[in-house]
Design a protein around this ligand. Structure first.
Ligand SMILES: [Fe+2]
Ligand SMILES: [Fe+2]
Length: 300
């Protein structure tokens, strides 16, 4: 007990693991019964196929792993665990991005077990059908209907809704029968898969940064349209800006900001200090937990 209480605890965060071109594996524990390795692989680096008389347990901590077992490959994402029985060929590589994984090998293999085995090799990849191409082609089919909504809005600015009643009804039918079914299919079939990859690879806020870049672009276009006295273009850009910024704020406040309540009080306190430019009137941790915690934040 006393020894355990004074022992040094090393915490390694998966994003901090760096092999810098050195060995792809760092040994965390080496016992007669098992060896625990921390792997960091980038594309082009791998544990080549071999067939040791040891059981392998591979826990993916970050990114995607391509795992060869026997003569098939499986793709694992962060949070997934695979076991390979002793005597079965195995190899690990990273198809894209960066892979961090914990490998437990029992019993520890000898140096000879790691020599290349001519009889095991990565299978030749077959590209197969691409779901992204299916969605892109649906978008191309929908885009003329979407463009028509914009044209209808322009015509409405010169006349009443009553004169365009039929066309507005057609537009609503397009939304109900074509656009929204497409969106619902994405929620059912595409987003859950994207979610799995995002959990493994990160970049869940890339869509919000994309909005920021879009707003910057619209602001620059507005400046040019105003300088050239193009009133219609400036009006359209102002409408786009208002809609884009409002939607962006809504997403930030309803989806992203509540997630900050999952951080510890110290980290939130430091964020408030940074946001306020280090001014001394930052709230205490209790106050820092603030309004967000009182409403929906902590109850999720
Ligand atoms: Fe879509
Ligand atoms: Fe923002």
């Amino acid at each position: 007990m006393g020894e355990a209480a004074t022992a040094e605890v090393e915490v390694i965060r998966s994003e901090e693991v760096r092999s810098h071109g050195g060995p792809v594996a760092r040994t965390l524990s080496d016992a007669p019964s098992h060896r625990v390795l921390l792997l960091e692989l980038t594309p082009g680096r791998e544990l080549p196929p071999h067939r040791p008389p040891s059981r392998l347990i591979l826990c993916v901590l970050q990114g995607t792993a391509e795992l060869l077992t026997g003569d098939t490959t499986r793709w694992l994402l962060a949070g997934e665990v695979a076991t390979v029985p002793a005597g079965i060929a195995r190899g690990v590589r990273c198809p894209a991005g960066r892979l961090v994984a914990l490998a437990i090998v029992a019993p520890p293999p000898s140096a000879d077990d790691h020599l290349g085995d001519e009889s095991v090799a990565w299978p030749v990849p077959s590209p197969g059908p691409d779901p992204a191409a299916v969605i892109r082609s649906e978008h191309r089919e929908l885009i003329s209907g979407v463009a028509h909504l914009g044209l209808l809005a322009q015509r409405l600015s010169g006349g009443g809704v009553d004169q365009l009643e039929g066309e507005i009804r057609t537009a609503i039918e397009f939304l109900e029968h074509e656009l929204l079914p497409h969106a619902r299919a994405e929620e059912r079939l595409i987003y859950p898969k994207v979610e799995r990859v995002l959990r493994a690879e990160g970049q869940a806020t890339a869509a919000m940064e994309y909005d920021h870049r879009r707003i910057e672009g619209l602001a620059a276009d507005l400046g040019r349209a105003a300088a050239a006295e193009h009133s219609d273009e400036a009006r359209g850009l102002l409408q786009q800006l208002a809609t884009t910024v409002q939607l962006h704020f809504d997403k930030e406040e309803e989806l992203y900001l509540p997630l900050l309540s999952r951080l510890g009080p110290e980290e939130r306190q430091a964020m408030v200090r940074s946001l306020r430019g280090g001014h001394p009137e930052e709230p205490t941790p209790r106050q820092g937990a603030g309004k967000g915690d009182g409403d929906k934040g902590d109850t999720r």
